[in-house]
Design a protein around this ligand. Structure first.
Ligand code: HEM
Length: 172
C-alpha cells in the first residue's frame, strides 16, 4: 500500500518530517472537530428552535441567538482543515493528489464549503430577517427556510461522514 510505504520512507529518512506530518494531522482533526461539531450542534439547536417557533416566537428568538457565533467557528475550522490539508500535501509531495479517494474527497470538500456559504449562511441570514420582522408572510417564509435548512444540514452531515470515510480508508 502506497501510504504505508510513504510512512516508512518518511520514518527512516527523516524523523522530523514524520513528526511534522503527524502534528499537521492533529491540527487537521482539530479543524474537523470544530467545523463538524459546530454544524452538528447547530442542527440540534435548530430542531429546538422550530419546535418553539410554532408555540412561542419570543422564546424562539433567544434559541436562535445561540447560533450567532457558529459561522465564525465553522470558518475557523474550515480554514484549519484546508491549510493543514495543503501542508500535508506539500510534505508528502502531492502523492495523495493522484489517488482516487483524494480526488473524490477534494470535490466533496468544495461542495461542502459552497453549501455552507451559499445555502447555510444565506438561509440563516434570511431567517434572522424574518425574526426581526423585516418581511411579510412570516409563516410562509419560515416554512420555506425550514425545508431548505433541513436539506442543508442533512447534506453537510452526510458530506462530512463520506469525506471522513474516504480519508480513513483511502481507496485507490
Ligand atoms: C471537510 C473537510 C475535511 C475533512 C472532514 C477531512 C478529514 C480528514 C480525516 C478524518 C483524515 C484522517 C485520515 C487518517 O488519519 O486515517 C484526513 C487526512 C488527510 N486530509 Fe483531510 N479532511 C478535510 C479536508 C481536507 C483538505 C481540504 C485537504 C487538502 C487540501 C485534505 C488533505 C488531507 C490529507 C493529505 C490527509 C492524509 C494525511 C495522512 O494520512 O497522512 N483534507 N482528512
Amino acid at each position: 500500500m502506497i501510504f504505508t510505504e510513504l510512512l516508512f520512507t518518511l520514518f527512516y529518512k527523516n524523523m522530523n518530517t514524520l513528526t511534522l506530518l503527524q502534528a499537521l494531522l492533529v491540527l487537521h482533526l482539530t479543524g474537523l472537530i470544530i467545523m463538524a461539531g459546530t454544524t452538528f450542534v447547530d442542527f440540534t439547536i435548530f430542531k429546538t428552535f422550530w419546535k418553539q417557533f410554532d408555540t412561542d416566537r419570543e422564546k424562539s428568538q433567544g434559541i436562535l441567538q445561540a447560533t450567532a457565533k457558529s459561522s465564525r467557528w465553522i470558518g475557523i475550522g474550515a480554514a484549519l482543515l484546508v491549510f493543514t490539508g495543503i501542508g500535508m500535501m506539500a510534505i508528502t509531495h502531492g502523492v495523495f493528489g493522484e489517488q482516487v479517494w483524494f480526488r473524490i474527497k477534494f470535490g466533496l470538500v468544495i461542495i461542502l464549503i459552497l453549501n455552507g456559504i451559499l445555502m447555510g449562511r444565506g438561509q440563516g441570514t434570511k431567517l434572522r430577517k424574518v425574526m426581526a420582522g423585516e418581511v411579510v408572510n412570516i409563516s410562509i417564509q419560515a416554512e420555506g427556510i425550514k425545508a431548505k435548512l433541513n436539506l442543508f444540514f442533512f447534506t453537510q452531515l452526510a458530506l462530512f461522514l463520506i469525506v471522513i470515510f474516504l480519508s480513513v480508508f483511502k481507496f485507490n
